[in-house]
Design a protein around this ligand. Structure first.
Ligand SMILES: C[S@@+](CC[C@H](N)C(=O)[O-])C[C@H]1O[C@@H](n2cnc3c(N)ncnc32)[C@H](O)[C@@H]1O
Length: 283
């Protein structure tokens, strides 16, 4: 699941695409997680296959990374495509929850309605343009939960879009973390560009100190299941968890993991082919 890919700035001309067929019994999320784990810059899901984009050819990979790839991976070299330019050409403002995400290049030609927070975004190479169902779904629930005056953790911040939305809606403090240093750099630029204060750090859940009133986690099914037991440890009493990155057919797996971890009122909200899960910490 992703809305980004690029090979820009890698020193190679073009991308190396790793295509992995996904059969009916395969867990596409798990496969996507493996592609991310071995350094994919972007992963696209299309009918019957996943495509991961890599900056260099497979021969450049250290052995331990190559071993993490599925056996039936098919490699191809694709010429340089300016995905950011393509995104710019296609991008339109998108309204979700209390915010409207306006692509940077439309800043002067598009008016955001009064009472709606505007986020100017150039997603660069990180996930989170606001167009993906999972991002839009998280933004909608965030507005419902109302972050005003609350502490917010955005785990897997990508472009920083959810973190910036939380600040604009009056959150008392916002911490965004991402395992990808590039995403954190993009998020930092975006926060600065939107004139908001967000604490941003490269890291994972283990690196987070403290407890938060609202935890946003737009990740992947496999990651959410893996982290489920530790999530309550960063949630304030009765705090909210808003999680996505989960396809409808795998929603029950994540919901069950959250319930087993002691979260309550676990709710699954479908949004297209995706779901947003909402849950509360114990009182
Ligand atoms: C699907 S994107 C979500 C971006 C943004 N929050 C949004 O809602 O559009 C997931 C992000 O999580 C990051 N990520 C993946 N696994 C992670 C983990 N275990 N801890 C923190 N970040 C992670 C990825 O690098 C990626 O930027």
């Amino acid at each position: 699941m992703t809305d980004t890919s690029t090979g820009a700035g890698t020193g190679h001309s073009g991308h190396w695409a790793a295509t992995v067929p996904t059969g009916p019994g395969d867990d596409a999320e798990q496969l996507a997680a493996r592609l991310w784990a071995v350094g994919a810059l972007g992963v696209w899901e299309r009918s019957g296959e996943l495509v991961g984009y890599f900056p260099g050819p497979p021969d450049d990979f250290p052995d331990d990374q190559r071993d993490g790839l599925p056996d039936d991976v098919r490699w191809s070299h694709e010429p340089e495509v300016d995905h950011v330019a393509a995104w710019r050409a296609a991008a339109r403002p998108v309204r979700a929850g209390a915010v409207e995400i306006v692509p940077d290049h439309l800043a002067n030609s598009h008016d955001t309605p009064p009472g709606v927070h505007r986020i100017l975004l150039d997603p660069g190479q990180a996930f989170g343009s606001g167009h993906h169902e999972t991002t839009a779904g998280c933004l909608e629930v965030l507005a419902e939960v109302d972050p005003a005056g609350r502490s917010v953790l955005d785990l897997g911040t990508g472009t920083g879009i959810l973190a910036i939305a939380a600040v604009l809606q009056g959150a008392a403090s916002v911490l965004g973390v991402d395992t990808d240093p590039h995403a954190v750099a993009v998020a930092r630029d975006n926060a600065h560009h939107n004139d908001v204060e967000v604490d941003l750090a490269v890291g994972a859940l283990d690196d987070v100190d403290g407890r938060f009133d609202v935890v946003l986690a737009n990740l992947l099914t496999a990651t959410l299941v893996e982290l489920a037991d530790d999530l309550p440890g960063v949630m304030a009493p009765s705090g909210w968890l808003v999680a996505s990155g989960v396809g409808t057919e795998r929603a029950h797996v994540v919901a069950d993991a959250f319930t087993r971890a002691g979260l309550r009122d676990v709710e699954v909200r479908p949004r297209g082919e995706w779901v947003v899960l909402v849950a509360r910490a114990a009182t």
